[in-house]
Design a protein around this ligand. Structure first.
Ligand code: GDP
Length: 432
């Protein structure tokens, strides 16, 4: 099982960072294939909390190679800052450890300004983006006016591209009173970033394909989650990239036939950050209880996350669109604050019938159907093996597996590495 995709099966923040961190013990290569520094992974190593936005958390394992593939949009200063922060903590990153695709698009200061201007223009109808310029950068990519990492080493070409992108954006920014970043300054800063990052820039499509061909263990690390996918999420309240498993291929250059399994990560409840539909959102007092117990505040923006019941119909949908072969269930420990009974959404009533999957196109008239199951009141943090699992936890797991239709391969009962039970490791064997 050499090539495994890990995706979020909900609205992001499912704990993918921790799951990827556990699995990278078995991975030779970790590849990010979409998004940018709008993602945020929090990884706890010993007593240290490390928040990463761009570089895969696999970098914390000293012998794992990390790749930022061509489906990503990358702010060069942000990569440099992460490399420096990791070095300060004793994780030096050389080009052999981190490769950046020459075709990955560059997030410019112009894109951050455009993100702000667009949210301002929308006013109350704002998407609630992280304002990291990700959407405008993907816009420029699709409109064929983007700047790619490979362009940074050619000053004349870079200047031309930045001037062109600025000319396009200027009226839009001025209309919203958002200052237009100075193109000359942008080019100087990008040249400085190139001095640092140039040695990391590579043909990552070839590099990753070669690793897969050699049978090395390659983990594709998704960011955000299925319901934030540009095509398969709750549009328009979505991110601007393909967060589902197919994105791993489109965004890295590895063929679908090379993928051996898809691990979907989900929490034992549901959260969503930003605006948009969230049918199983709990009432404010209960949501606050979950938020406090689960520390549900965004890793990138610090925004409080909206919290609610586990939506099995949404995860079942994620299983279908991603081809999820097994689940990693996180934050089971947080359920202890919810009392003796828990609700699980098992379907949606819409147009007089109950649908087993979240009906994304008819959400305005759909009503979640709940089943009440026994709660998990136990303190699970000391559970280290399947045999230690209290019966209530075992029952909840079995119920979720039944509702969703795929087995739980990995269970997380706390933020630390040790607070993890691996029932079925998708890589099966250790890395090379
Ligand atoms: P990601 O973007 O999907 O990686 O999610 P985040 O890193 O933003 O959020 C997950 C948060 O939950 C982090 O602060 C983790 O340390 C924490 N976490 C992960 N798994 C568990 C768990 O099983 N229990 C608890 N209590 N916290 C967890």
């Amino acid at each position: 099982m050499p090539a495994i995709v890990v995706v979020g099966a909900q609205w992001g923040d499912e704990g993918k960072g921790k799951v990827v961190d556990i699995l990278t013990e078995f991975a030779d290569v970790v590849v990010r294939f979409q998004g940018g520094d709008n993602a945020g992974h929090t990884v706890i190593v010993g007593d240290e909390k490390i928040v990463l936005h761009l570089i895969p958390s696999g970098v914390l394992r000293r012998d794992t190679r990390c790749v930022l593939a061509q489906g990503m949009v990358v702010r060069p200063e942000a990569v440099v800052a992460e490399i420096d922060a990791l070095a300060r903590r004793g994780y030096p990153i050389d080009p052999a450890r981190l490769a950046i695709s020459a075709r990955a698009h560059v997030v410019l200061p112009l894109h951050l300004a455009a993100d702000e201007a667009e949210e301002k223009r929308r006013g109350a109808r704002g998407i609630g983006t992280t304002r990291r310029g990700i959407g405008p950068c993907y816009e420029d990519k699709s409109a064929r006016r983007g700047v790619r990492f490979g362009d940074l080493g050619d000053p004349a070409r870079l200047r031309e591209l930045v001037l062109d992108a600025t000319a396009y954006r200027r009226p839009l920014l001025e209309a919203q009173d958002v200052p237009v970043p100075d193109p000359a300054r942008t080019c100087d800063d990008l040249r400085a970033a190139w001095e640092r990052l140039g040695p990391h820039v590579a043909d990552t499509g070839r590099l990753v394909a070669e690793e897969v061909r050699r049978g090395r263990h390659v983990l594709f690390e998704g960011a955000q989650g299925t319901l934030l996918d540009i095509d398969h999420g709750t549009y328009p309240f979505v991110t601007s990239s393909t967060t589902t498993a197919a994105g791993a291929c489109a965004g890295s250059g590895v063929a679908p036939s090379a993928i051996d399994g898809v691990l979907g990560v989900c929490k034992a409840y549901t959260t969503r950050v930003g605006n948009g539909p969230f049918p199983t959102e709990a009432d404010p007092p209960l949501a606050e209880k979950i938020r406090q117990a689960g520390a549900e505040f965004g890793a990138t923006t610090g925004r409080p996350r909206r919290c609610g019941w586990f939506d099995a119909a949404a995860v079942r949908y994620a299983v279908r669109v991603n081809g999820i072969t097994s689940l990693a269930l996180t934050k089971l420990d947080v359920l202890s604050v919810l009392g003796p009974e828990i609700k699980v959404c098992t379907g949606y009533e819409v147009d007089g019938a109950v649908e087993p999957e979240i009906p994304l196109d008819r959400l305005d008239r759909a009503r979640p159907v709940y089943e009440t199951v026994k709660g998990v009141p136990d303190d699970l943090r000391d559970v280290r093996s399947p045999d230690d699992l209290p019966p209530a936890a075992g029952r909840y797991l079995s119920a979720l597996e039944k509702f969703v239709g795929v087995p739980v391969a990995l269970l997380s009962v706390g933020p630390r590495r040790a607070e993890t039970l691996v029932f079925d490791n998708p890589f099966r064997t250790r890395k090379h």
